[in-house]
Design a protein around this ligand. Structure first.
Ligand code: NIG
Ligand code: FE
Length: 411
């Protein structure tokens, strides 16, 4: 068996620890090994330890890479994206710069519906090509696991087209047919909800095109009762549940996530802290998306500190999408989380690795550097992990490995 070793890393940030998402003070425990390395065989992690330990395990045919005093981390896990879409929304962006709001733009035919028009018009191949460009962006910033939602098709055929592209890209697939009411159903939301429940969900489930179902639960889009109907139907079909909750208004989305014991409740910018205990009891992980708050020019970030105090297993993700978060960069999210949400860099790192992987049902495989796990890891060009959040506007990833194979190397 030909093995690969990386040695000479200033810090190996292992995130080793209990086999579950981390809460409270655990979020700061990164299991750092100074002057360490890693040994990989058959795409899995064979050993993580100090330099001498790894060097002792090296065999004559082991390929040895010098870490050059850089830091080694698990590949980032991005647990909330809308990374498959046609066109972009640079026009909306310019309008917002001139003072228009996300809601105003959506109401006047921009927003999600305009991306849906372009996505419907694109062939599966065109969509795959556009999304492949963004996949490269993820990899270049050190992300090796990506969740992606449908939601710009809004017809059975176009949603399935998106989900097939998501599968080809190797992402964790989430069905988001209830992302917006499409133009042809304007004023007939109830009928669209019935089509999601009776036509789309059964086909998506029977063709195994999604692991999760999500709903954009918002009074002006899909109110709570619709979200409940759709998510219950998804659960009956064996899908896991995720919810866009309380993003633009506090409307009980997080409470619904707790009621349904969803895997995650995402956004939560307007959630009352009174709901946090119910989320904890129900085992729901909050997925916080500060890049969308930043992009929309709002100052209302989710209350990460109160969530951590309440014992919630917080996740951070990009929300990469053409409207409210046009960034695939986890380092950018780390920066915003530390500066605006007052998360400690260590907490933010746990939120984009170990906690994110558990929120996607991948906790046994990804998110930490521990023996037996898939060898997804990244050498970043820093000597202290806190620099990942501190130097912003810079991509630090120097070499990215997925399943033990080099998939990106900075020249
Ligand atoms: O998470 N809120 C709904 N979905 C996205 C925005 C998608 C879009 O604007 O295209 C979000 O922010
Ligand atoms: Fe989103």
């Amino acid at each position: 068996m030909r093995t690969l070793a990386v040695v000479g890393c200033s810090q190996v940030v292992t995130l080793r620890g209990p086999a579950r998402p981390r809460v409270g003070g655990e979020l700061r425990e990164l299991g750092i090994i100074d002057n360490g390395g890693i040994l990989v065989g058959e795409g899995r992690i064979a050993k993580v330890g100090v330099r001498e330990e790894i060097e002792r395990a090296i065999e004559p045919d082991t390929e040895v890479i010098d870490g050059g005093g850089r830091i080694l981390l698990p590949g980032f896990v991005d647990a909330h994206t809308h990374a498959v879409f046609a066109g972009n929304r640079v026009d909306d962006f310019a309008l917002r710069a001139g003072g228009a709001s996300y809601g105003q733009i959506a109401a006047s035919g921009g927003g999600i519906r305009s991306t849906a028009g372009k996505t419907r018009a694109a062939s599966e191949e065109e969509l795959f090509e556009a999304a492949s460009r963004y996949r490269e962006w993820f990899v270049r910033s050190g992300t090796t696991t990506v969740e992606a939602k449908s939601g710009y098709g809004l017809t059975l055929e176009d949603e399935m087209k998106m989900l097939r592209v998501i599968r080809r890209l190797g992402y964790v697939p989430t069905f988001l047919g209830a992302h917006e009411v499409p133009d042809e159903f304007r004023g007939r939301r109830g009928e669209y909800v019935r089509s999601v429940v009776n036509e789309m969900l059964p086909r998506v489930a029977s063709e195994r095109l999604a692991e999760y179902c999500d709903v954009f639960s918002e009074p002006s889009v899909f109110p709570i009762e619709d979200a409940r109907t759709i998510l219950r139907a998804a659960r009956r079909l064996g899908l896991g549940l995720r919810i866009h909750a309380d993003q633009l208004e506090g409307s009980g989305g997080a409470g619904l996530a707790a009621e349904l014991r969803a895997a995650t409740a995402d956004h939560l910018e307007h959630t009352e802290p009174g709901v946090f205990a119910a989320l904890r009891e129900a085992g729901v992980q909050p997925v916080l998306l500060p890049a969308s708050v930043y992009t929309l020019g709002s100052h209302r970030f989710a209350d990460a500190r109160a969530m951590i105090e309440a014992g919630l297993a917080v996740v951070l993700a990009t929300d990469f999408n053409p409207g409210s978060a046009p960034t695939p960069s986890i380092p950018m999210v780390l920066s915003i989380a530390c500066t605006q949400m007052k998360m400690h860099p260590s907490e933010a790192i746990s939120a984009v690795t170990v906690n994110a992987s558990w929120s996607l049902g991948r906790g046994q495989e990804a998110g930490t550097l521990e023996e037996g796990k898939v060898a997804d890891f990244v050498l970043h060009d820093c000597s202290d992990y806190r620099e990942l959040a501190y130097f912003f506007g810079v991509e630090h990833a120097h070499a990215v490995f997925a399943g033990g194979k080099l998939v990106f190397q900075r020249c």
